[in-house]
Design a protein around this ligand. Sequence first.
Ligand code: PEP
Ligand code: MG
Length: 590
Amino acid sequence: MSKSEVSQLILQGISGSPGICIGKAYIVDREGVDVIKRYSIAESLLPEEINRFKDAVEKAKQEYSNIIDSLDEDLGAELNILESHMLLFKDKMLYEKCIQTIIDNKINAEWSLKNVTRQIKLMFRGVEDLYLKARANDIEQVSEKIMSYLVGVHDEKISDINKRVILVAHDISPADTSQIQLERIMGFVTDRGGKDSHTSIIAKSLKIPTVLGLGTATINIKNDDLLIVDGSAGIIVINPEEDVLFDYEEKRWRFDRNREVLARDSHLPAVTKDGVLFDLSSNIELVEEVVAAKDSGATGIGLFRTEFLYLDLKKFPTEEELFLKYKEVAELMNPLPVTVRTLDINGDKVNPHLYGIEEENPALGLRAIRYCLHNPEIFVTQLKAILRAAAFGNLNLLIPMISSVHELLNVKKIINKVVVDLEKEGKPFKKDISLGIMIEIPSAVMMAEELAEHVDFFSIGTNDLIQYTLAIDRRNRQVAHLFQPLNLAVLKMIKITIDAATKKGIKVIMCGEMAGDPINLPLLMEMGIKDFSMNSASIPIIKQLIRNIDSKQLKGLFKQALKLNNCNAITDIIKTKFKDIPPFKEEDQI
Ligand code: PEP
Ligand code: MG
């Protein structure tokens, strides 16, 4: 097709990670449920449609059989799973029902497969039996494999992509995102995803311009289309016209240059013009991010999200494996502090190999500390590894998703038992590690004073605090516009937490994404937070802002916000008040 036949299309999504990139599209999946279309099949063509379905089943089976042949005999458990999946390809409930649905409704095979799979899932929904639940999950995986052959796209490992492209996908899981090869992937574009989802958090730490929640990106974009991804504005341009391309090339240049300039000053202290010192540390997910954290001028790791070490594995890591990873981070950062958060698995961070049971509301399900208390052996293994690694550096221990004092006391009992066990084992470890909890559930805010009696510090997790306070699923693009850090209900929750910590004499740090957005900082500084932890990529810009502010300018901001009762108005006030300070200065806007 010649250039003039291709028309430009602009789509608005959600900003996942700032920055601009321009490059060729590379589509990794189209198989999401939203993309499957229903269409009728003429009676005379039904045999052909059924053959198309059977052919997809055969190809999917063949792929499984090839994998089984290539697997080592030692991988017994995995072999068993694959062999049991082989039987499901011809399962009555799935195979025969699909063919019958094509005939009865005179519809295409994809639609039939999608509906039959959904019915099977619904059938198993209320069933308690774990075996049957796991079987429903197996059927779903087999069905996805058949679907990939029907729609003509097969699973592709993101880590295998070998050209420099912009990745376009229906959805990218946090686990996929962490497999990215930085020198290959310029940007991300997805149909799904919402504000402060874990996919966006990782994209930010990798500094990959990202737009999420576009809805129809995989339908509108073809492989090799030229794309502009404006991660800062949450916009993509498909097959841009020449003048648009020219503008964006200049914008990209300005953004990259600005990032370089900021990086140059990032080792200076985060001190206001009148000498008030703030502490900025980094959030990391993987050991490899320690270098970026140090480069950004972080004074420690304020949040080490340890679940990413579990997401891509077929079995749980051992105590020794975890110990070595944590020790590495402790030693690399020493004497700077590292706050290790215990496993926050599930919600949107699911490992299908380790926890294959579907929950209707995963964000409200067996996530984080709930999962750990339900599986004490997994929790104990991790706690032992953390306490042992603490002997090699300056580690703090942080527990996610605490919702009551009772739950916290149960956690402390387990920690005490781990201490006793480690003493018996005689390995070096740190007994009196500083203990903190995430404040990210409204019930924890309401009980903050009582909780403070039992811990050394609070860490405010605004990503979940906003999600649970405002009832906004952080992964859902439909409600992303309602995910508002400056909503007064959220600000009041934060204030209650700060006041409780101050009254009880414990430290409070904020580690949610809210801390990394300059627009929120003046208010948070005035509300009394001195310690922030954020994506390493955000540290230079936040530092620049703090260094240009005089703390006297902040006075009265929170009171003013309370009177306004409207987050857009609060945003305007901050932008106007600090209009002469970067990054709010007009010439700093990109
Ligand atoms: C949070 O909820 O704000 C947080 C920092 O933790 P996560 O994003 O991992 O849920
Ligand atoms: Mg959280």
